[in-house]
Design a protein around this ligand. Structure first.
Ligand code: SF4
Length: 349
């Protein structure tokens, strides 16, 4: 580590002092309940704060502790999670909640947390430090960016060597007297000040300690070499409706992706079938895949294949994919426009 003892001390003093004044007022910062912190940390993996907020409130209102989560029907759990994406997170939470329920307590050490499904190094360190005040440094994307800049360290953050190196630095800087507060301050700095493209160095509480700032090289860090190229893909979804029922199919329970979720059929589910009318299009990104979906109407097929008819009133209580929801919104907008146009044509306005 290329920081002197006095610099480390300043780090530990100035960063939490800044956090106390400038931290965002977020509901999971009002609690030390490890369960609530676990819920927030799980939701915030791959999800922005603004998007996670309403889900966090709803989730805790419905499942206030691991016992209620353990006893929930999976259908209800997934319906509550629908829209947040990465549904394995909800499933893993329920598996972990059942283990906690069997043990009769929430695990209170990093090691025991780390042993649960869905809890990796980052989440275990976050819960252990914030809820139990244990000295474990968190290392997420924001923290990696801050660390690589303050140390002006060009090690690839996506490499195993980079992970090890920055974890070691995070541990060396951590204030073990207030690990939860210090960890949250590091993450907050990365989320609100040390931004990827335009770091706000002028208001940064640790700018005088930052090696990249001293050399004007902030935007050269972090270094990330192994970036996956994105893949473009065009697909067609079928909207087939009859007597207020929609034709849909359910992903099997052993599906590696979104098991149990309902989807709209595509042509190869119901071949031979001729679409009758294009309703609209939308885009949807999943990890490095960029999909472009056309939504087309088609007549009910002779053979349903793996599809079944779902009544429109029951759909809202079922776990349906975000793609299904986006397609439904396109269809409803299309129908509203058609209704308005027909009223205008018949002189009813
Ligand atoms: Fe990031 Fe700038 Fe602060 Fe360095 S001085 S940690 S680059 S915001």
């Amino acid at each position: 580590m290329n920081f002197s003892e006095s610099e480390v001390e300043r780090f530990r003093r100035e960063l939490p002092a800044w956090f106390d004044v400038h931290k965002r007022d977020l509901p999971w910062r009002q609690t030390r309940d490890p369960y609530a912190i676990w819920v927030s940390e799980t939701m915030l993996q791959q999800t922005r704060v603004a998007a996670a907020l309403p889900y966090y409130e709803r989730f805790l209102a419905r499942f206030p502790d691991f016992t209620t989560l353990a006893a929930a029907a999976e259908t209800e759990l997934l319906a509550l999670w629908a829209g947040l994406g990465y549904y394995y997170r909800a499933r893993n939470m329920q598996k972990a909640a059942r283990l906690m329920n069997a043990a009769g307590e929430f695990p209170a050490t990093h090691e025991r947390l780390r042993a649960l499904p869905g809890i990796g190094d980052y989440t275990a360190a976050a819960i252990a430090s914030i809820a139990f005040n244990l000295p474990h440094a968190v290392v997420d994307g924001n923290v990696l960016r801050v660390l690589s800049r303050v140390a002006a360290d060009g090690t690839d953050i996506a490499s195993t060597a980079g992970r090890k190196r920055f974890s070691k630095l995070a541990g060396a800087l951590l204030d073990t007297n207030q690990p939860g507060n210090f960890n949250q301050a590091m993450m907050e700095l990365g989320a609100t000040v040390c931004l990827p493209k335009n770091p706000h160095c002028l208001v940064c509480p640790i700018s005088s300690l930052c090696r990249a700032r001293q050399t004007g090289t902030q935007t050269q860090f972090p270094v990330k070499l192994s970036k996956q190229a994105s893949v473009e893909e065009s697909r067609t979804l079928l909207w087939i409706e009859r007597d207020s029922q929609i034709l849909a199919w359910q992903r099997p329970p052993d599906s590696s992706l979104m098991a149990g979720f309902w989807e709209l059929p595509e042509c190869d589910h119901l071949a031979p079938l001729s679409p009758t009318n294009k309703i609209g299009s939308f885009r949807h990104g999943i990890t490095f895949h960029n999909y472009s979906f056309d939504v087309v109407e088609a007549n009910p097929p002779e053979h349903l294949g793996r599809c079944v008819w779902l009544h429109t009133v029951e759909i809202s209580a079922l776990p349906v994919s975000t793609i299904f929801k986006k397609a439904s919104r396109i269809v409803h907008k299309y129908r509203n426009r058609a209704t308005l146009a027909s009223r205008a044509a018949s002189g009813r306005y």
